[in-house]
Design a protein around this ligand. Structure first.
Ligand SMILES: [Zn+2]
Length: 518
């Protein structure tokens, strides 16, 4: 006799997103696992007195989205502090900071997250003079969307300026402009970081936001010391509603090795992921390392945040200790450097192949050359890319300014998929919203940058699962897999030009409904 299901989603258009993608009318779940997919009539027999039956009214059901590159503490900060991500001009951003200044206790930091000056009429970073005009009692800090650039007012510069790495503090005529980049920006973010209890609050706010957008799992690039503990505390208290892989900042490597942790350790919802490191910076900050100059700064080719020699040392230690490595590389020169390190200087390995099965990852890989893409495919390297970055790739976008015609060579999702690179999709928090990412993947400027609807959805589910060694447990709607599911209010296949407008109706993590907006 078959055990009754805990949960049945029925009267639906269930896409397995397996290969090939099959559709069914219903999916049954028991004890956190998918037990059956099939006809509504057949699955009805699994319904018992305690079964929760959800009539999906014809809606699309997919495997839950896995955001393979995110920063939920930053999302939490953005939800708690001023959100500058929607600001339409410099004045609008400053108004938002003024509203925030009125809301905090006098003297407390006034912080805004997520500004993107490239969408403003006056496309310059916020400066000290701008932020001084907010006229707050405490320091004023505005963090650019990419986290590589932070703007400070005079009070903030007085408080933290002395301790920041001098190389990252931009000056004009000897005076700091208020703009700090890279390591200096990171140091400001560290100084603003919450305490342990504050981190739990931030992550709770962030996971609710993520669940409401269909996210059931994240690979979080945890930076500070509190997030790993906060996630494990939430899991212990049965309050975690996401599957989390912790990708630890490289400074934690020694401590991780010493405590005996390595990639894939852990059980339940929280597991150990990769060691995360940088190589270069960002295109927005003109710090991504290019082989030829920036179009809007002919003397600049970007900079190393972590030098190739340091990166190779780190890679050797992390790889030898059994860690997957997730290396940030955006400019073509940085991507080449990482590929050469991951795959080896010579292409002596016949047939290619990721010998240790470590699935090393390049985070972003935005300007990967043809050669780099081919070598990634051969060497089994995972491309952890952010399709939402395509919103800067249009003819009038930021990438046209920075790169000229090379804008069409950024994030070539179609090309990566075509040659067989493992594609994992993430948001980098800009914003956390997989359907926005899928929309950009499907509607990218050129064919080489584009993916079809099914492939784009797969990259955000099965592809991200693969990047986290989870393809046997997650990423498709098939019996035996974990019951991480999302119900959409519209079909991406029916409206490929408006995927970003589709709402999430219901989200299920580990068999439990964590979001319901039907
Ligand atoms: Zn990131």
């Amino acid at each position: 006799m078959t055990e009754a299901a805990d949960l049945i989603l029925t009267n639906a258009e269930v896409h397995t997103l397996a290969r090939p993608d099959e559709t069914h009318e219903a999916v049954a779940v028991n004890r956190g696992r998918i037990v059956r997919v099939g006809d509504a009539y057949d699955l009805d027999f699994l319904s018992g007195v305690d079964t929760r039956v959800v009539d999906c009214a014809g809606r699309v059901v997919l495997p839950g989205f896995i955001d393979a590159h995110t920063h939920l503490d930053i999302l939490g900060q953005r939800l708690v502090h001023a959100d500058l991500s929607g600001a339409e001009s410099r004045a609008d951003a400053l108004d938002r900071l003024r509203d925030r200044a009125a809301a905090v206790d006098a003297g407390d930091p006034v912080v805004g997250f997520g500004y993107d000056e490239s969408t403003w009429p006056e496309a310059d970073y916020l400066t000290r003079a701008d932020l001084d005009a907010v006229d707050a009692a405490g320091p004023v800090v505005a963090v650019r969307e990419d986290l590589h650039v932070v703007s400070l007012d005079s009070t903030a510069l007085e408080r933290w300026g002395e301790d920041l790495p001098a190389a990252g503090v931009r000056r004009e005529g000897g005076e700091p402009t208020g703009v700090v980049v890279e390591a200096a920006a990171g140091a400001v973010l560290d100084a603003l970081g919450p305490d342990a209890a504050g981190m739990v609050d931030l992550l709770r706010a962030a996971q609710d936001y993520a669940n409401a957008r269909g996210v059931t799992g994240v690979h979080d690039m945890v930076r500070g010391g509190h997030a790993p503990r906060a996630y494990r505390d939430l899991a212990r208290d049965d309050a975690l509603t996401l599957r989390v892989r912790l990708n630890y900042w490289a400074d934690h490597l020694d401590a991780l090795v010493e405590t005996g942790l390595r990639t894939n350790h852990g059980e339940g919802l929280v597991r150990v992921g990769a060691i995360k490191t940088f190589t270069d910076g960002s295109l927005g900050g003109r710090t991504a390392k290019l082989s030829t100059p920036y179009s809007d700064a002919p003397d600049e080719r970007g900079e190393w945040v972590v030098t190739p020699a340091e990166f190779r040392d780190l890679f050797d230690s992390a790889d030898a200790a059994g860690f997957q490595v997730a290396a940030h590389a955006i400019g073509d020169e940085a991507v080449d450097e990482v590929v050469d390190t991951f795959v080896g200087e010579s292409s002596a390995t016949p047939g290619g192949a990721d010998p240790g099965g470590k699935r090393h990852r390049i985070e972003h890989a935005e300007l990967a050359s043809d050669r780099a893409i081919d070598r990634m495919a051969e060497g089994g390297v995972v491309a952890s890319v952010q399709p939402n970055f395509h919103r800067w790739a249009g003819a009038d976008g930021l990438y046209a300014d920075r790169l000229g015609d090379r804008r069409t060579e950024t994030n070539r999702l179609g090309r990566l998929a075509e040659v067989g690179v493992h594609l994992a999709f993430g948001s980098d928090g800009m914003p956390v919203d997989p359907l926005v990412g899928v929309h950009h993947a499907v509607n990218a400027p050129t064919a080489a940058q584009r993916l079809g609807v099914t492939e784009a959805l797969r990259a955000y589910t099965l592809g991200s699962a693969y990047a986290g060694f989870d393809e046997d447990r997650l990423g498709t709607v098939e019996p035996g897999k974990c019951a991480d599911l999302v119900v959409l209010d519209g079909s991406p296949w029916e409206r490929p030009g408006g995927i970003d407008d589709i709402d999430v109706s219901l989200t299920v993590v580990d068999g439990a409904v964590v979001y319901d907006d039907r």
